[in-house]
Structure formats: C-alpha cells, structure tokens
Design a protein. Structure first.
Length: 132
C-alpha cells in the first residue's frame, strides 16, 4: 500500500505523489531505519531515501503506523494527502458502586406525660345567685 502525498517536487526527482516504506534495520528499544520508495503519479518508483526513527521520536512511536507515516512526511518535507481522521481517545473510568446505607432506625418512644399535681381551679369571683 502506498501513502499518497500532496504532489511535491523533491530535489532532483520529478513530482512526488506518494511513497512506500519498509524496514531497513531495527534495533529494539533504540532505533528503526526505513527505506522510503518515492513514487510518481502512476506509482512508478523514482528514488529511494532512508529515514531513521530514534531517541524520543522512537519512544513516542509505540505501535502507531500513522505516527511513522507523519514522521516520514515531516523528515522528507511531504504532506500526506487525506490523512485518516484520528478519533479522540476516550478513557472510561469505572465509577464504583456504593451500596445504599440504611441506618438502623429505632422508633423514638414518647412516654405519656401525666402531671404529678393537678391544679385546682378556683374562680376569684363567685357569681351572686338570686332567688325568685
């Protein structure tokens, strides 16, 4: 599969319209060197270049092929034509389920209130009674 790029003149070659890449040499956790076959509009090979991915760029690579393609484009002064859209990374953080805590409720007992002393009601004024 070739990577399509914006048509670009590159040094002594005709217009570059794409490239293929494969591994030339690889030292695990250190570097990787790619052979880049530059292609014209008809996918005819025009020239071969080498690009090495090392240091922090190698560490950033992970296993992302699109990263390698963008790195090669940057190294050679090319722009990928219609790069794939990268979906945003979504990290799902599970929310712990906390069981509902229902306290043991004991109904409050309200005692009957009975006064110790019952007051005697005595009127201050006694009405007069009349006999008929």
């Amino acid at each position: 599969m070739s990577v399509q790029v914006v048509p670009t003149p590159l040094g002594d070659t005709p217009i570059i319209c794409g490239f293929n890449y494969n591994v030339n040499s690889f030292v695990l956790n250190n570097y990787i060197t790619f052979n880049i076959v530059l292609l014209d509009q008809g996918n005819t090979p025009l020239a071969v270049r080498q690009v090495t991915l090392a240091g922090q760029d190698y560490n950033n690579w992970g296993n992302n092929d699109q990263y390698v393609i963008q790195y090669i484009c940057l190294a050679l002064g090319l722009t990928q034509l219609n790069p794939p859209e990268v979906a945003p990374t979504v990290t799902v953080v599970p929310v712990p389920v906390v069981p509902e805590v229902v306290p043991d409720v004991v109904p409050e007992v309200v005692p009957d209130v009975v006064p110790d002393v019952v007051p005697e009601v005595v009127p201050d004024v006694v009405p007069e009674t009349t006999n008929p």
